[in-house]
Design a protein around this ligand. Structure first.
Ligand SMILES: CC(C)(COP(=O)(O)OP(=O)(O)OC[C@H]1O[C@@H](n2cnc3c(N)ncnc32)[C@H](O)[C@@H]1OP(=O)(O)O)[C@@H](O)C(=O)NCCC(=O)NCCS
Length: 194
């Protein structure tokens, strides 16, 4: 069965919307303005400078994959409709499971946005996509990112040596944070009774 996810997710301060072609100029500006930070940790998010259509093609791909259930990619907008980041749920870690990814526009960093986004995507994964397990992967040196799954109650399952996402680069260490459905339900009931 094809997995489905909501096309729009509202959080206390933000809206996550499935990317549309009209977002390309905003995305281009955000990636350009955040290139130093993104280049350090998620260089594959930056467009290939040799391909002027790279972002149009990416968003077309995101839309197609949203429909096939391969991944659910979202632009993240604040309450003034400014693009403050991007995020996604990726169906690439086995059955009944989704991996959360996120980045924040450098101008909007340090306000808890990525935490708010990851919290909302985690809830959507369990409540709406119906998965049994969610993971967040990040490099140990990416302290701001690793703080996010910890803050949300994920468990560090293991540290692995993974192939670099960019061919030819050396393998990287990756922290694999995990939450299973029983843990999610328990955290939710603890939060509700707090
Ligand atoms: C990692 C990254 C996504 C963090 O984005 P962010 O929106 O700045 O993250 P947050 O604001 O949620 O958390 C970062 C800090 O802001 C703090 N913060 C500020 N206001 C906050 C609020 N209202 N609520 C929660 N946290 C808040 C957090 O406590 C946290 O501080 P800490 O680093 O001392 O723990 C961002 O730096 C980025 O895009 N990096 C490059 C891409 C990347 O690494 N992506 C992840 C790949 S694994």
């Amino acid at each position: 069965m094809i997995m489905r996810a909501p096309v729009r997710i509202k959080t206390p301060r933000l809206v996550l919307r499935a990317w549309v072609q009209e977002d390309v100029p905003l995305l281009r500006e955000a990636l350009h303005a955040s290139a130093d930070e993104l280049g350090k940790w998620t260089p594959w998010v930056l467009p290939d400078p040799a391909n002027p259509n790279a972002l149009d093609e990416r968003i077309a791909g995101f839309r197609a994959k949203f429909d096939t259930g391969e991944m659910f990619g979202y632009g993240v907008f604040d309450n003034a409709d400014r693009l403050v980041g991007g995020a996604g749920l990726f169906a690439r870690i086995g059955p009944d499971a989704l991996e959360i990814g996120y980045w924040t526009h450098s101008a909007a960093a340090g306000r808890g946005y990525a935490t708010e986004v990851a919290r909302a995507l985690n809830a959507a994964a369990f409540e709406e996509c119906g998965v049994a397990r969610v993971e967040i992967h990040c490099e140990p040196g990416n302290v701001a990112s690793a703080a996010i799954p910890r803050r949300l109650g994920f468990r560090l399952r293991e540290t692995i040596q993974a192939e670099a996402r960019i061919a030819g680069n050396p393998p990287v260490e990756l922290l694999i944070f995990e939450m299973i459905e029983a843990e999610y339900r328990q955290l939710k009931s603890l939060e509700a009774s707090a």
